[in-house]
Unconditional design. Structure first.
Length: 192
């Protein structure tokens, strides 16, 4: 479920040495399955362990995961990186905003998963996002841009050279094109 690097494991062991006996770490997702999902790590004293927690055993400590967060922490990773600027604990949870879907799920669900887990995080740096409206009978994904993408002068490039290329590659044979149905009017919200 969660991959914790050797350096991060050593970091947690060091931190937990200063805590009361039996203290674990807790890995969690706030607002899982939503665009506002945030992941975190905290101390988990013995009296905070819940009956339905999943216990993941590592070298010298355990990580507790609550039942609600567990499906959204699939393929998550925690690393501890040191560089010229100092040390930093990084937590990556690609499925926090949307639960991972199986390879045999309906096409629309698999496309939606890619949008939420890969495409929208890239567009978020410009304050934008896309929504999947439908997949037509003739295998075209109909998208609507929002946020900073709405009215952006680069939206055609983003659609054709970025999003369409990525989706056609990932869903080869199942998808033949991507169409934008957004009424793009430049405004204060647009990233230009």
């Amino acid at each position: 479920m969660i991959n914790i690097s050797d350096t991060a494991q050593a970091h947690f062991v060091k931190l937990l040495a200063d805590q009361p006996e039996g203290t674990h770490i807790r890995v969690f997702v706030i607002s899982p399955g939503t665009a506002q999902a945030e992941c975190g790590v905290s101390y988990c004293p013995p009296d905070a362990v819940e009956v339905d927690d999943t216990e993941l055993t590592f070298n010298g400590f355990s990580a507790m995961v609550d039942e609600k967060s567990a499906p959204f922490l699939e393929d998550a990773s925690i690393d501890f990186v040191t560089d010229q600027l100092g040390s930093q604990l990084t937590l990556k949870a690609p499925n926090a905003k949307m639960r991972k879907v199986s390879d045999d799920a309906p096409l629309i669900e698999r496309i939606q998963y890619v949008i939420e887990s890969e495409i929208n995080p890239q567009l978020a740096s410009h304050g934008g996002n896309i929504n999947l409206i439908e997949v037509t009978e003739d295998k075209v994904a109909v998208l609507q841009f929002g946020g900073g993408c709405n009215g952006c002068s680069m939206v055609d490039v983003t659609l054709k050279d970025g999003i369409e290329k990525q989706l056609l590659e990932m869903f080869s044979g199942e998808l033949v094109g991507v169409k934008d149905v957004t009424d793009h009017q430049a405004g204060e919200h647009s990233y230009q």
